[in-house]
Ligand binder design. Structure first.
Ligand code: SAH
Length: 225
């Protein structure tokens, strides 16, 4: 016989969003090469089920991208962890800009690791939902802006890190200009019909690029929606 209270909690999806479920996701990420314990700790702390539609909350701790409406997706936890690890680069950036707020999950992860997080989104409806989540979770160090993120956030530049969470055809020059010396840009870019995750470090003399491997992202688009 199934105990009544167990039945009720399963109906509410509590079992699927419990700390144990989150811990299993962290184990998966660790086994798939994520090493920075600060990043794994942030993944443990952020309730990903709060960033997807209630109907999908039972799948929130699977290592997969999920739809968030308006043809957009919340990134796969592994890629969120990988990009976060890349932008921290073993150090302590003070100010990070994210282009492509989407659900707000990536920004929420960053908010536990970086003193000030700026995030820009071109779809008003998504930004409104993300802003509500930040408020509810009391993530008061995230600042949001409704704009075309290819232009960055000039009034807040320079940034120690900039992360683009949608695939670009080319590296946006405005974003390179808004990087601090020593700062790092992490982004997916289209090359030879594939998407690659790259980092670009700004040095005293110029820019140094590295390739971190193949990825799949929704496209970076121009203008507002
Ligand atoms: N970081 C998000 C992933 C969102 S998917 C998360 O954690 O959920 C990529 C997002 O980039 C989409 O919401 C899309 O609308 C947004 N986007 C695409 N082009 C953009 C642009 N030029 N400026 C700002 N946001 C953009």
């Amino acid at each position: 016989m199934i105990h009544k209270s167990k039945l009720r909690s399963e109906n509410r999806g509590i079992g699927m969003t419990s700390q144990g479920t989150r811990d299993r996701l962290v184990q998966t990420l660790r086994s798939e090469g994520i090493r920075d314990e600060r990043v794994l700790n942030a993944i443990t702390r952020v309730p990903r089920h709060e960033f997807v539609d209630e109907a999908l909350s039972s799948r929130a701790y699977e290592n997969t991208a999920l739809p968030i409406g308006l043809s957009q997706t919340i990134s796969q936890p592994w890629i969120v962890a990988r990009m976060t690890e890349a932008i921290l680069d073993g150090g302590k950036p003070e100010k990070v800009l994210e282009v492509g707020t989407g659900s707000g999950y990536q920004a929420a992860i960053l908010s536990h690791l970086v003193p000030k997080v700026f995030t820009v989104e071109r779809i008003d409806e998504l930004l409104k939902l993300a802003r509500r989540r930040f408020h509810r979770l009391r993530l008061n160090n995230i600042f949001v802006r409704y704009a075309d993120g290819q232009l960055g956030w000039p009034g807040q530049a320079p940034f120690d890190g900039i992360m683009i969470t949608a695939a670009a055809q080319a590296i946006p020059t405005d974003l390179l200009e808004q990087l601090a010396i020593g700062g790092l840009l992490v982004m997916p870019i289209e090359r030879d019909g594939q998407q690659r995750l790259i980092t670009v470090r700004r040095t005293e003399d110029g820019f140094e690029e590295k390739d971190l491997g193949g990825v799949v992202f929704v496209p970076l688009l121009s203008g507002l929606a």
